[in-house]
Write a protein that binds this ligand. Structure first.
Ligand code: ADP
Length: 449
């Protein structure tokens, strides 16, 4: 329904687009941030581990080094069965390491090498990278590219003999293959995952914008309906006036009684029009203001007396018994607009009399319940079904349009009564049984002095 209206469909599309765009940017930024921080953390931890292994070996070996270029047996003590001196005694199958540091070296697939200050390799541990040139003096951190395309991260620490002459370097390195594979996997997950997430976000945005706009659309529809109903109600008396005037003008000769009759019809329709316009104005004013203006202290007891007085003649004419039932000894005062409150109760009274067959009773009751005044209009009329009870307060709603057209007004009476009561911070309720009668109860907050 909503999408058939151009303005609403455009707004919905815009809202969904903006929402999806914003969410997309946030998602992409989060994904990128996550990737960067994860890669950084991995890199740091890789470097830390290399530094720890290199540092531990350096600190363990350095104090026992005697002669530059000579690999002391202590090295084999730290890395049992792993060291391969001058490329000659390389162990075929490395035994399971007993020492902690050797275990780490094996597990992580590190390579270690001992190099003299001139760049000559003295001893190695583990699989050495191929095609990697040795740089002398060795920088402490290097990222090297091997001939087969694999990258290596390597740390170099300088070693000195016991009498402080330079001995050479210990270099510990690791292939970056696992690190790069891991990063590539995460990258792919993001590259595939982000568009899927975006599709879901776009779907969710479309749905959410629809949900968000539903109340706006509903009130737009209500206004549309209200305008159509108002126009319809205005059209009927206008059409009646036009046809009466046309008919009269077409007459070649007019008697005085005919003229009077025509004028009476025009007056009646005109009254109907002005009442309708006044009702519409009152409703729109109540809608706009929200609050009541021209407040004064209104005594409900007096208000009821006035109403009974005003409607007594109509009650006699309609053969109805009209009674007031004041159940409190207190004088109940509310702060409000007296004219409006009177109008609200008069509407309830008019309905009660209209929808009660001759011989029935209409009672106006006044009571106090805590800090509220309870005013009810009770009749023994035709009653309202439960389904209709929820709709009778709607603007222009009439239970039975044909019947009400003759008897009732335009279907605005209860809407006006409700709007006034609500503007006075009160509540209006209906209780009714078909064939037995109805009770309209108004609850208004009392003015506590
Ligand atoms: P209307 O101008 O038709 O009276 P209202 O808004 O006052 O419009 O009332 C809406 C509908 O509620 C009426 O058409 C009528 O059918 C029903 N209604 C209102 N009051 C009563 C009542 N006391 N008893 C039975 N029906 C009622």
């Amino acid at each position: 329904m909503m999408n058939r209206n151009h303005a609403f469909s455009l707004t919905r599309k815009r809202l969904a687009g903006l929402y999806a765009g914003t969410m997309g940017l946030i998602l992409a930024a989060c994904g990128f941030g996550f990737y960067e921080s994860m890669a950084h953390e991995h890199w740091e931890s890789l470097n830390r581990k290399l530094a720890t292994v290199a540092g531990t070996l350096h600190d363990g070996i350095e104090p026992v080094l005697e002669q530059p270029g000579k690999v002391e047996p202590i090295v084999d003590h730290f890395l049992p069965g792993l060291v391969c001196v001058n490329g000659t005694q390389c162990p075929e199958q490395a035994p399971i390491a007993e020492r902690h540091i050797a275990g780490v070296v094996q597990q992580e697939n590190y390579y270690i090498r001992f190099v003299d200050p001139n760049g000559k390799i003295l001893a190695t541990v583990g699989q050495q990278p191929e095609g990697v040139s040795l740089q002398i003096p060795a920088p402490s951190w290097q990222t090297l590219q091997a001939g087969n395309g694999t990258s290596y991260r390597q740390v170099s620490l300088f070693l000195k003999t016991r009498n402080q002459s330079p001995w050479g370097y210990i270099q510990v390195g690791e292939s970056l293959e696992a690190y790069e594979t891991h990063l590539a996997r995460v990258r792919w997950t993001l590259i595939i995952g982000l568009p899927i997430a975006m599709l879901l976000v776009a779907g969710a945005s479309w749905w959410l914008s629809g949900v968000a706009m539903r109340p706006v659309y509903q009130s737009y529809r209500q206004i549309q309906q209200f305008t159509a109903d108002a126009a319809h109600e205005l059209r009927t008396p206008l059409a009646a006036i036009r046809s009466t005037v046309e008919f009269t003008l077409d007459e070649p000769e007019l008697s005085e009684s005919e003229v009077r009759n025509t004028l009476r019809i025009i007056e009646r329709q005109n009254n109907r029009l002005s009442n309708l316009v006044q009702d519409l104005l009152l409703l729109s004013r109540l809608d706009l203001q929200g609050n009541v203006i021209r407040l004064s202290l209104c005594c409900l007891n007096t208000l009821i007396e006035d109403l009974i007085e005003e409607f007594s003649a109509l009650a006699i004419a309609s053969d109805l018994i009209l009674k007031a039932d004041i159940q409190t000894s207190q004088t109940l005062i509310v702060l409000g607009n007296e004219e409006q409150l009177y109008r609200s109760f008069a509407n309830l009274m008019t309905n009660a009399m209209q929808y009660t067959p001759p011989g029935g009773i209409v009672i106006m009751q006044l009571n106090q319940e805590e800090e509220n005044a309870i005013l009810s209009v009770k009749d023994t009329g035709i009653g309202i079904s439960l389904v209709e009870q929820s709709r009778i307060f709607d603007r222009f709603y009439r239970v039975n349009s044909d019947r009400s057209r003759k008897t009732g007004g335009a279907g605005l009476g209860l809407s006006i009564a409700q709007a006034i009561v609500q503007a006075h911070h009160g509540k209006i309720q209906v209780q009714s049984d078909i064939g037995k009668g109805s009770v309209f109860t108004v609850r208004l907050p009392l003015q506590i002095s």
